[in-house]
Design a protein around this ligand. Structure first.
Ligand SMILES: *Cc1c(COP(=O)(O)O)cnc(C)c1O
Length: 377
């Protein structure tokens, strides 16, 4: 009884993290762990191993976890992997690539950017051309799924081109890792960054970097920051099996539990298929209500959908959000500068039933707000 209640009392988060987690994942946090304790350190070791396996990277890469939200790990990856005299190329089609460029500026790493419209994927031939034109570039840093719109960038092709030029690739795979395949055996990268509270459906608080071992070994002294030095974190963890500084123990325990459920569900194929089904159901359901998604289908990742706001005088996001929340669903604001949009996440511990409820809630609210958008037959 209390189990069902606990699962249904909270609203479903239609957001790109933090997201809705299972009851078992939440329950995994009802225990205190000592950071020196062998049992806890076994959990850390198991989690690191499991994360490497998801990317088929156990032979070539090391998983270095880091306290903090995902951005801490992105910053740590850039600061640790890119030498101080390095030069990073950042193709930009959204807010998270812009954040990478800003991080480079903060850290004093030379950065060149190449901008696209917010509804365009990064072009592999542009990367090829830019790398040929400027041999001083040492690394390319890209966002796999640009969460600010939901664009899926062509990682596989970009990775091949970057490797052809002999440059390092750093991937922010925060909102795709675990749901969209990245196979280190065929997609070469120096570092891939993701976090606990995204497609693995853990709780937020821990990021991790899958770093190529042969590269990481050369990274001593690169970092500008003690707390964000992945090399130091890695060396300490190899030596002691412990975290260098206080670990987010409950977050790690919840992630371990979330990973067991991930495996039981059927791993990446099953997780990706569930999100893809959520995404299709969402786009079709909203279309039937007269709400158009922002991106063309070919570049839409099955992770988060940007939706054009209804063109109606009665619409305002905050009122819409509040009304949908009263029906048990949390939406996400849009992030585009040019057009008014809102976003709906497809990720988290829900499926067909949850998405059906979300669409029904949105339909009810549109009616309640007297926004007539329904497509006439
Ligand atoms: C969530 C996310 C991040 C990290 O954001 P935090 O707020 O630091 O957790 C970075 N990149 C992408 C693409 C994301 O979706």
């Amino acid at each position: 009884m209390s189990v069902a209640n606990a699962e249904h009392k909270d609203p479903i988060l239609l957001t790109p993290g933090p997201l809705t987690t299972s009851l078992q994942t939440k329950q995994a946090m009802l225990r205190d762990w000592g950071s020196w304790d062998g049992d806890f350190n076994q959990i850390t070791t198991r989690v690191r191993q499991h994360l490497l396996e998801i990317a088929h990277a156990g032979e070539t890469h090391e998983c270095v976890p880091l306290q903090g939200s995902g951005t801490f790990s992105v910053e740590a990856a850039i600061g640790t992997i890119v030498p101080r005299d390095g030069h990073v190329l950042v193709p930009m089609n959204g807010a998270y690539c812009q954040r990478i460029a800003r991080i480079c500026e903060y850290l004093g790493r030379r950065v060149s950017t190449h901008s696209y419209a917010e509804d365009q994927a990064i072009s592999t031939s542009d990367i090829d051309r830019l790398l040929s034109a400027d041999p001083s570039i040492t690394h390319v840093a890209i966002v796999h799924c640009e969460t600010s719109t939901g664009i899926l960038n062509p990682l596989q092709d970009i990775a091949k081109v970057v490797a052809k030029h002999g440059k390092g690739l750093i991937i922010d795979a925060m909102s795709s890792f675990g749901a969209i395949e990245v196979d280190a055996r065929v997609t070469p990268f120096d570092a891939l960054v993701a976090a606990s509270g995204k497609c693995i459906e853990g709780v937020p608080g821990m990021g991790f970097v899958l770093a190529r071992r042969s590269v990481l070994e050369q990274c001593k002294g690169n970092a500008h920051s003690l707390a964000l030095d992945l090399y130091d974190q890695w060396v300490y963890m190899q030596k002691t099996t412990q975290w260098r500084f206080t670990p987010p123990t409950h977050v790690v325990a919840a992630l371990d539990q979330a990973l067991q459920q991930y495996r039981a569900e059927g791993g990446l194929a099953a997780r990706g298929a569930r999100y893809a089904a959520n995404c299709k159901q969402l786009i079709d359901g909203l279309a039937a209500l007269g709400l158009r998604s922002f991106l063309p289908k070919e570049i839409q990742a099955p992770i988060i959908v940007t939706v054009h706001a209804p063109q109606h005088a009665n619409y305002n996001f905050q009122a819409f959000y509040n009304a949908v929340k009263r029906q048990g669903f949390i939406l996400y604001p849009g992030k585009l500068t040019t057009v008014e949009t809102f976003r709906v996440g497809c990720m988290g511990h829900f499926g067909d039933e949850g998405m059906r409820g979300a669409i029904a809630a949105i339909a009810n609210v549109l009616e309640e707000m007297q926004i007539a958008t329904a497509v006439a037959a």
